[in-house]
Ligand binder design. Structure first.
Ligand code: ADP
Length: 701
């Protein structure tokens, strides 16, 4: 086999010409030595190169021992070569890449942890240059306490066993500062599966860790803030799941926190509004804003024990990395609703009270707009059928707007003054005038500021007119009384003299002609004398009565005890005759008209003797001190008085008995009453027929 170099067209791997003489088969033939794995490139006509691996072996003649022939094998290794070249190139790139990576420290260590290889990232993160660190122990990067605790060895052990280990922790830089590292150590094995060393990839996540810690801190702060809020606060995610609950929620809902977190928020909502709430929640998520929850009705929360409480709910969106959540604050408004109800009821009650108040009452706000008015107000001011509530007083009564005195009075009251007038004139719509009594007071709001005014008015025209009439009548009465008193005085005074004459002539007649007159004539004369005597008594009593008036009332200190004693003297004869016992307790000295008080006792004691019963008369006289006056009593055990006559007996000329039964004029108690009244007191009787009477009278101190 011969080749010419020209035809040959073969190259070495370094692209130099492969001379034909160098062909392995030729070499073996010429030298007798086998040729191994010689690679030749044969250029093809299309410019590609086919690579061939050649092995040549000599074949010796068994007799001569000379080379007889050569056996060569040719393997086309073009494909394999291509793959290997690519692989080689990739390996180059890979190590270049590792070299160049800056974010990761990628190093190789041997089985003992001695550093073999160092990249840019390692230099950046750990601060060592390649030449100063290769050959050193990787335990250098661990803190002393971690080395003592065996952390690096444990990691190598785990990588050995599991092929790989990851860890996170503090590592030390060249300058001694610490950084937070995430590491992966992978075991490197040879083709026999024996571990020849480890790769260690380290990432400095100090910043991330700080940021995470910051977030965690902020989250913790936020949680503790939410948890400590005074209202029951629940944070719900966009799926309606409870994520965070405040401390107040435990007592608010009756669940421990961990029974709420992670559950649908509907667990805290009564069944009847839960579905509506779900809908509202979704609606809110479409436009999350800070606002109060409004579901067109009262909101309620459901407690663990089934109790339902009315609540007010405020919502605020919260942007989180997990999406929008809702901060829901709940406030128990049971008390508020109760208070509102009380206020509403009080207001209704006030409205009712004002409406039906028997007076004309109107309540205004600070702008003088009607808030409420009583029926009487409508009636008095002819407003029936009109709607005045909410309207201005000055629109309802345009004429008042022109009256500066009223307007300024309203203004003063709106500033806090209270004003009133007992008798004021107000023109009516028909042009006539009304007498008006009015009061205006400011009313105050909760905060103490003036909310408006209240007007009370009373049309007193009728009363004033009636008073006027009464006054005139009284004057007339006083005048006619005066005339009457005058008449009574004159009559009794003037009658006394002729009466005295009549009775003395009658006596003379009786004396002188007794013997010449018959029985009947004498009896007639006796009757006439008796009549004249009684008339005398009557006239004298009448005179006493008519003299009793305030003009004659001169007062002095009067010892009642002394008076009673002197009256007892006056009746000495009768006392003796009928065995009367007069018992007088301690009696005060009073400031009064002495003659009148003596007359008073005289009449009462006289009556007590006169109207005695069958038993011996017992008369008890006493006095009690009351607030501002003395209260006297004269008590007897006589015939008593029927209750029907308790009033009547104090009227002049009223007697309960016939003339023949008891002597008297029927003026005595009328005199007593007048005396007592002149002393600012009252007189009355308590009695029971047959059981005696007690006359009480009071005298102003
Ligand atoms: P008279 O002059 O008739 O006593 P009075 O005005 O003193 O008039 O009394 C009016 C009437 O009251 C008497 O007529 C008598 O019926 C009754 N009366 C007065 N005092 C007593 C008394 N102490 N007990 C019973 N009846 C009395």
């Amino acid at each position: 086999m011969t080749y010419s170099d020209r035809d040959w067209n073969t190259i070495y791997e370094d692209r130099s010409v492969f001379p034909a003489i160098e062909h392995p088969s030729m070499v073996t033939l010429n030298t007798g030595t086998p040729q191994r794995n010689i690679v030749m490139g044969r250029k093809k006509s299309n410019g590609n190169i086919a690579w061939i691996k050649v092995n040549s072996d000599p074949v010796f003649d068994a007799v001569s021992g000379k080379i007889e022939s050569v056996i060569s094998t040719f393997d086309d290794i073009t494909e394999i070569r291509k793959i290997r070249t690519d692989l080689h190139m990739n390996e180059g790139h890979y190590s270049d890449m590792v070299e160049a990576v800056e974010d990761y420290a990628i190093i190789r260590i041997d089985c003992n942890g001695i550093i073999q290889n160092w990249n840019k990232g390692a230099e950046r993160i750990k601060g060592y240059k390649q030449k100063e660190i290769v050959g050193k122990d990787f335990r250098k990067f661990y803190r002393e306490q971690d080395v003592l605790a065996g952390v690096p060895d444990r990691l190598l052990r785990e990588a050995t066993v599991n092929g790989k280990v990851t860890d996170e922790g503090w590592r030390v830089r060249k300058d001694g500062t610490l950084f937070w590292a995430v590491i992966v150590i992978s075991a490197i094995k040879n083709k026999n599966g024996e571990i020849t060393g480890y790769t260690k990839v380290t990432r400095d996540i100090t910043e991330r860790k700080n940021a995470e810690e910051k977030i965690q801190y902020q989250e913790k702060m936020f949680r503790s803030l939410v948890e400590g809020l005074p209202d029951a606060t629940v944070i719900v995610d966009d799926k309606g799941i409870i994520r965070i609950v405040g401390d107040q929620c435990e007592s608010f809902f009756g669940y421990p926190k961990d029974e709420m977190v992670g559950k649908p928020v509907e667990m805290l909502i009564p069944d009847d509004i839960a579905s509506k709430h779900k809908h509202e929640r979704k609606r809110y998520m479409n436009d999350p804003q800070r606002r109060f929850m409004n579901m067109g009705g009262e909101l309620a929360a459901l407690k663990k024990n089934g109790e339902i409480i009315p609540v007010e709910i405020s919502l605020a969106p919260l942007q989180t990395s997990e999406g929008v959540m809702v901060i829901t604050s709940l406030r128990n408004i049971t008390d508020r609703l109760r208070n509102e109800k009380i206020i509403r009821e009080a207001k209704d009650l006030l409205g009712l009270f004002v409406k039906h108040a028997p007076a004309a009452v109107a309540m205004f706000d600070e702008k003088m707009h009607y808030i409420m008015a009583s029926d009487q107000w409508y009636q008095d001011y002819e407003l029936s059928g009109m709607e005045i509530i909410g309207k201005s007083h000055y629109d309802v009564f345009p004429e008042i707007k022109e009256m500066t005195s009223w307007v300024s009075c309203h203004q003063r009251c709106l500033q806090g003054a209270s004003e009133k007038n007992e008798k004021d004139l107000l023109q009516r719509k028909d042009g006539g005038w009304n007498w008006l009594q009015w009061e205006i007071h400011p009313w105050k709001k909760d905060d103490g500021s003036i909310g408006g005014i209240v007007m009370f008015t009373q049309i007193i025209t009728e009363r004033i007119e009636a008073e006027e009439k009464l006054k005139q009548l009284n004057e007339r009465l006083v005048n006619s009384n005066k005339e009457l008193e005058q008449f009574a005085y004159v009559a009794s005074h003037d009658l006394q003299e002729p009466l005295r004459m009549v009775s003395s002539f009658l006596r003379l007649l009786e004396k002188k002609y007794r013997n010449s007159l018959d029985e009947t004539a004498i009896q007639y004369i006796d009757f006439a004398v008796d009549g004249a005597e009684r008339m005398k008594g009557l006239i004298s009593d009448l005179l006493k009565f008519s003299r009793l008036n305030s003009k004659t009332l001169t007062k002095e200190l009067v010892d009642c005890r002394v008076l009673v004693d002197s009256v007892s003297h006056l009746y000495a004869q009768q006392i003796k005759e009928y065995g009367v016992r007069i018992h007088a307790g301690p009696l005060p000295a009073i400031y009064a008209n002495k003659t009148q008080i003596q007359q008073l006792f005289q009449n009462l004691i006289g009556n007590a003797i006169k109207y005695r019963g069958s038993a011996e008369p017992d008369i008890d006289i006493g006095c009690d001190e009351a607030n501002g006056y003395w209260e006297f009593y004269v008590k007897d055990n006589g015939i008593g008085i029927d209750e029907r006559y308790f009033e009547k007996i104090f009227v002049i000329f009223e007697q309960l008995h016939g003339k023949n039964e008891y002597e008297g004029t029927g003026i005595g108690l009328a005199v007593c009453r007048k005396i007592v009244e002149l002393h600012g007191g009252k007189i009355w009787v308590e009695s029971e027929k047959g059981k005696g009477s007690t006359f009480y009278f009071t005298i102003l101190k």
